[in-house]
Design a protein around this ligand. Sequence first.
Ligand code: IMP
Ligand code: MG
Length: 427
Amino acid sequence: MNSTLIVGSQFGDEGKGKLVDCLAEKSDCVVRYQGGNNAGHTVVVNGTTFKLHLLPSGVIRKKRSLIGAGVSLDPRALKKEIDGLKEKGIEVNLGIDPRTQLIMPWHNVIDIGKEEALKEKNIGTTRRGVGPCYADRASRIGIRFDDLIDEKRLKEKIAFNYSYYKNVCEKILGKEFDFTEEEVFKQYSALGKEFEKFLVDVSLEVNDCVEKEKNVLFEGAQGTMLDNDFGTYPFVTSSHPSSGAATIGIGLAPHKIKTVIAVVKAYTTRVGSGPFPTELAEEEADVLRNAGNEFGTTTGRARRVGWLDLPMLRLSHRLNGFTELAITKLDVLSGIKKLFIADSYTLNGKKILDFPYSNHLIEKSIPNYIEFEGFILAEKEQQELKEKGFNAMPENAKKYLAFIEKQLNVPIKTVSFGADREDTLKK
Ligand code: IMP
Ligand code: MG
């Protein structure tokens, strides 16, 4: 297995958490490298559901779990997550890089205030303050994990940021702070004391693991189409969910990552605003949404749903360099009579295979669909899959999967057909 990266190939919520949990069994450590608690990873173990936002999904297997410098870390959210796991009998074995940027209370105020100012053009963010936190990193006023555990530095940095953003929020966004500078300092310095034990140079630790040929799992958050540069900008997240981000988000050379597993949901979903060429209209969407329980893990919002989109996956493959595919939620398509996959678009009268680079072109692109006969993957068929493996896959499902494999020219090595760990097929 060695060094394996899991990347979301679509708009996030592809089922990365479940896959990471499965692979974590044989891993020595699991590392998050971008995003923050805007992510929502659901893992079901023997009927118990774990919802993680910030911690690497390997924590459930009690594996060494690392948060790299590229993550935006809300220590308040971290505390909640760690305490929640403790209640379920799980002690985390966690390391946090000192360079990791912190989400501060004003980042939430800015996230919400900006969205309100954008009115109907809002992005539909998760309002977790992730974007404003990364903005501070770029403008070099961010507060890092290293500062959290040093009271003097923390006080100084909070003093500057608090008064700066109080001004911005009140005068520009019309938002009052409902917390004082002293309250923020008290809360954060207490968290710093509690989390001091987690400080470790994650870059050193991960490089050392790779050097010793241990099994390292890199856990991407969100999906490639939400990439800050290559996604449907501005309707994207503020980090790079694509595979390259692992190198700068951990501090690791690119050639150290051997396997890139693309998590591809058998259809497409999106939460938040922005273009979505294969999106289904309401009544049709309801069927898939309810069957797939497509409601956000982080915000509870109903996800937009649509057919599988190959131009999108081609772009995703180009950016990430997939070495294998993991198809998830295949069971959700069970019972739908006709299935569709967009194999190309028509743009200005021309057939195109690749996803356009800008929203004004994406909006004019009309998907061309290939029709597939439906299949049944209900309880009985799922049981057979578990017992007999891939050969028991319904013929029509095999055709659907073979088409994806052929079009992308990447082998499918995993198929997931249910939320539980056991509902997974390896090829
Ligand atoms: P932000 O990351 O909270 O700034 O939100 C920006 C966009 O990314 C919004 O459309 C969100 O719905 C979307 N987004 C952020 N995190 C996730 C995720 O983990 N899954 C799916 N969508 C996400
Ligand atoms: Mg999610």
